[in-house]
Design a protein around this ligand. Sequence first.
Ligand SMILES: Cc1ncc(COP(=O)(O)O)c(C=O)c1O
Length: 362
Amino acid sequence: MSKEYIKLNAGDPDVEAPQFAINVALKAIIEGGMNTHYPHYTGYPEEFQKAVVEYYKRFTGVEYKPENVLPAAGSSAALYLALASVLKEGDEVMLFSPYYMGHTRIFEGMGVKANLVPLKAENKYHPELDDIAKTVTPKTKAVLVCNPANPTGTVFNEAECKAIGDVAVDNDMAIFADEIYLHFVYDDNKFVSIAGLHDDYKERTLGIMSFSKTFSMTGWRLGYDIVPERYLEKANIIKGLTAPRPATFVFKMGTACLQSDFKYVEERCEEYQKRRDYFTKAVNDLGWPCHKFEGAFYAWFDATSTGLSSKEFIDKLLKEQNVSMSPGDRFGADGFIRVPLVHPVSVLEDVVERLKAFKANL
Ligand SMILES: Cc1ncc(COP(=O)(O)O)c(C=O)c1O
């Protein structure tokens, strides 16, 4: 009998959004009225912007005005909006590698070249500070920091954030801070928001945020940018014309999430930590180096010893064991495999058994 399919190739949480938030959305839909009209006539975007300001202050200590918050239908739209507000074809951007392919795809589409700063396994996927300044060229207009990082789980510490901020200030670069995993940080690691370290950093930092992972809302499409004054005018023009924007009832749902007690998020974090503790050790024990990542929820392992490319590995695994994973070459590291821990430990145990069987058959 063939094994049941296990999907482990997308960072799409295995649970529903919090019920209290779903209820808010349902109530808005059933009520109709203003909820059926253009959001900008309802006042909901303004309520949402204010809720974001309070939330951001509460969790990062950084203060903004409501007009700095630009809502978008998911952070993928917010990312495009932020990047397009600053960059143009022919520009270069600094990026840490392995990287999230959602970032590089937008750069490629815009004709922007990414200059990579390596995150090496021997440094626990943290950058060497000297590499940061060395990577700047005369065409480098920005740096993108994904903190905590997808796929490596790196939680950039204060010294690293400062090194990035200083290089940005010295070279008049923008900072794109994709902080969508900020609530998923484990052990003694501490999330530091780069914009909070210095006003000189804040005035050039565009924050990119999402509800997809924090509140398991990938399908509801809600995210936003936090844009400082210097990029705001252009960002508003682009947003008004092109960026996909959230629906009325999704604004209400997002506001309810931000004003909640965050117990839901704490529970998710504890659950991801359990999965991490189990899975990274089990894969490491199979002989494929897999570090105990610091943040986000992706296991990232080195399968180069198999002699297979990432694509060969995942294709063979799918065919023989009916498990899908993401190939590392998409994240800039062929021979590596990325596994979002979006199943409970009981399912991950099954995955480990299948990896064992797969390995025995190589
Ligand atoms: C680092 C990072 N940024 C942005 C996104 C996009 O998320 P969404 O468009 O669902 O908000 C993802 C999704 O995996 C991600 O990992």
